[in-house]
Design a protein around this ligand. Structure first.
Ligand SMILES: NC(=O)c1ccc[n+]([C@@H]2O[C@H](COP(=O)([O-])OP(=O)(O)OC[C@H]3O[C@@H](n4cnc5c(N)ncnc54)[C@H](O)[C@@H]3O)[C@@H](O)[C@H]2O)c1
Length: 381
């Protein structure tokens, strides 16, 4: 702190360091990985997804018992419909009745992206910030939602309208959780990997073509599909880590996150996050092709991958006006510019600032035609 004339200047930097660690068998009785963060023994407030509780609750309960940790389990339903202020308040009330040290008894969030977003927001705001550990249990969490420092809840009709940037103490990845994930949720995570592959990493795209289907069938239990996951995690962290606070607003990882917000917010019961993202990726790719930025062969390869992976898109939700309004909202979010990533090749993109409503409509129409069964032959071109 210094004073110059009539002004006091406050300047500081907050160092950020956290590890994303592969911890297979995290809740096997002999595992001690989770003991590396926070004080030995003591208390932990554990927020757990209800489906994770159902499939893995016994092992998790036993683990905390075996290691002599006094635990409060707050079981919380997953799904976008629960990512709201009521869930946040319910968890806050539960946390407030279970005293924990402010610095060395971290909150532990075990669940999908909805749970880790809500629980991390609670940790970021409770007593103005207590430490937290994320244990993602969905593919979406493994390759995206739990890796960064963003958290939040939906508010009004908008996604993630309330939230913060709060680094976790650690992110612990245990593939055992993927084994109980329904196929639709595996595919949901794969949609985010497709996003990354199209605009950032052509090699990852190749891997999706070669072993993506095997990953979905085996819950990423084979060496080839595990390698695919590792590459997706490495790629995502490489994009996130130099720009954790989003000082740079033109972000390649925002591919698929422009028109999808409106679709997902309007259809929370119908569309999963990754499903909405994929629709957005496809419409953005069609815009790029219609502009002559993306070669027809590359566009065909994208559609062929989606088909090869057995992903069916819910085209009935496509609505130009909704997607246009979503883009207008993103302009505010991106500080006045569209900054829409458009692929220029598999593995590369530019940022467009001049997409028009008519252009969006033309692209949605072509997308609908391409994804409608009667046009299946055109997907093979
Ligand atoms: N913070 C970020 O940077 C970031 C990034 C990407 C996505 N997200 C958010 O992530 C959310 C989507 O995450 P999600 O797809 O994980 O959804 P989710 O948390 O709702 O989980 C999906 C479903 O899987 C169930 N489930 C979780 N783990 C399971 C397991 N191991 N076995 C069986 N069932 C299990 C849940 O109960 C739920 O029904 C969205 O709200 C999105 O905005 C956040």
């Amino acid at each position: 702190m210094s004073m110059a004339g009539e002004r006091w200047q406050v300047r500081t930097q907050r160092p950020i360091a956290y590890d994303v660690v592969k911890t297979p068998g995290l809740f096997a009785p002999e595992s001690t990985a989770l003991l590396d963060w926070g004080r030995q023994g003591g208390r932990r407030f554990v927020v757990l997804d209800a489906n994770v509780w159902h499939h893995h609750g016994q092992a998790i309960r036993q683990w905390f018992g075996t290691h002599g940790i006094q635990t409060h389990f707050a079981v919380f339903p997953g799904g976008e419909a629960h990512k709201n202020i009521d869930a946040y308040q319910d968890l806050a009330r539960a946390l407030d009745t279970f005293p924990i040290h402010r610095r060395d008894e971290p909150l532990i969030a075990i669940g999908g992206g909805v749970l880790t977003d809500v629980a991390a927001f609670l940790a970021a705001s409770y007593r103005r910030g207590i430490p937290h550990i994320k244990v993602p249990t969905t593919l979406m969490g493994h390759i995206d939602a739990a890796l960064g420092i963003k958290n939040g809840i939906n508010f009004g009709t908008s996604k993630n309208r309330l939230g913060s940037f709060e680094p976790p103490m650690a992110v612990l990845l245990d593939p055992v959780f993927l084994g109980t994930l329904p196929r639709r949720h595996l595919v949901n995570g794969v949609c985010e990997i497709i996003k990354l592959a199209i605009v950032v990493d052509a090699g990852l795209f190749d891997m999706l073509e070669q072993s993506g289907a095997e990953g979905i069938t085996t819950a990423f239990a084979t060496p080839r599909s595990r390698a695919l996951l590792d590459r997706a995690i490495t790629g995502m962290l490489a994009e996130l880590s130099p720009n954790l606070y989003e000082e740079e607003l033109s972000r390649r990882v925002d591919f698929g996150h422009t028109f999808s917000y409106g679709l997902e917010a309007r259809h929370p019961q119908r569309l999963l996050h990754g499903e909405a993202v994929l629709l957005d990726c496809l419409v953005s790719s069609v815009i790029a092709a219609q502009r002559g930025l993306l070669a027809a062969e590359a566009l065909a390869r994208i559609f062929a991958l989606v088909e090869h992976l057995g992903i069916t898109c819910d085209t009935e939700v496509l609505d130009t006006e909704l997607m246009w309004q979503s883009l207008l909202d993103r302009i505010e979010h991106r500080n006045g510019l569209q900054r829409v990533p458009l692929p220029t090749a598999i593995g590369g993109c530019i940022f467009a600032h001049d997409i028009t409503r008519a252009e969006l409509h033309r692209a949605s129409t072509e997308l609908l035609e391409r994804l409608t069964p009667t046009h299946e032959s055109s997907l093979e071109r």
